[in-house]
Write a protein that binds this ligand. Structure first.
Ligand SMILES: C[S@@+](CC[C@H](N)C(=O)[O-])C[C@H]1O[C@@H](n2cnc3c(N)ncnc32)[C@H](O)[C@@H]1O
Length: 241
């Protein structure tokens, strides 16, 4: 395994936190420009696959600026509870303003996804979007997410992966290798973060390989995945034992 691959597969938490603290102010703008807003559709799909009903409790880990937590809150309603957590205070800063603007009551708290402060089986659904790739021990994070989920509840992971469709994948790989890091750098002033995004997405296990990580956590009775946008990203769903 090359040094670059080792780094992208087991990133140092302090370096990750510092990288996101620098990118935080322009993170939403970067997302909208680089995905042309498509990331909102992926989040809606996560909520749809989560099969949430009014009144459910949801924890969104590594919530960043809170987009997935906000999407969940629209579905669980006033009687439901959504908590968004992240270990980077700067990333969390804009989340409460965004939820207030939409009149949605969501709690945002600091938490490391590998050491959650919540009791066993507290939530109906626990999610993480574009976060697991940045965690040094993804299996530990999956175990921890499953620990705080009720038995029979769902853990949902949205993450970049590798495309498997010829031609389309060549075009996307060209975009992500040559255009995305430069454009990300221009929009946010943090080119290194978007270079890391490309390298870590290309190296991170996807499809069956990610399901193997879920199985390794020994927390799920069933695991499955759905590709979105031809496999630019994947949604993994685990039913907690
Ligand atoms: C690419 S951002 C994704 C943010 C948001 N979930 C989204 O979909 O836009 C990755 C987030 O993961 C957070 N993160 C990385 N490692 C973490 C950990 N161990 N515990 C909690 N948050 C973590 C970072 O601080 C950052 O906010």
């Amino acid at each position: 395994m090359s040094e670059a691959t080792k780094h992208t597969l087991s990133p140092d938490p302090e370096k990750i936190r510092s990288m996101f603290s620098k990118v935080a102010a322009n993170y939403d703008l970067g997302n909208s420009v680089l995905s042309l807003g498509i990331h909102h559709l992926w989040r809606k799909k996560v909520v749809q696959l989560a099969n949430v009903t009014k009144g459910m409790s949801v924890l969104d880990c590594a919530t960043g600026t809170g987009d997935l937590a906000i999407e969940f809150k629209k579905y669980v309603g006033a009687m439901g509870q959504v908590i968004g957590t992240d270990f980077c205070a700067e990333m969390l800063e804009t989340a409460p303003k965004k939820s207030k603007k939409e009149n949605l009551d969501i709690k945002f708290e600091l938490a490391d996804v590998t050491k959650l402060q919540y009791e066993n089986q507290k939530f109906d659904r626990v999610s993480i979007s574009f976060g697991i790739r940045n965690v040094s021990d993804p299996v530990l994070a999956l175990k921890e997410m499953a620990r705080v989920t009720k038995s029979g509840g769902l853990v949902l992971v949205l993450e970049f992966g590798q495309m498997t469709i010829p031609v389309i994948s060549d075009l996307y790989n060209f975009y992500s290798l040559h255009i995305l890091p430069k454009l990300g750098g221009l929009v946010t002033g943090q080119g290194a973060a978007y270079d890391y995004l490309q390298k870590s997405s290309a190296a991170f296990p996807s499809r069956e390989k990610f399901l193997d990580l879920m199985r390794d956590s020994d927390s799920f009775s069933e695991v499955k995945f759905t590709a979105v946008s031809f496999g630019i990203a994947y949604i993994y769903v685990g039913t907690v034992k």
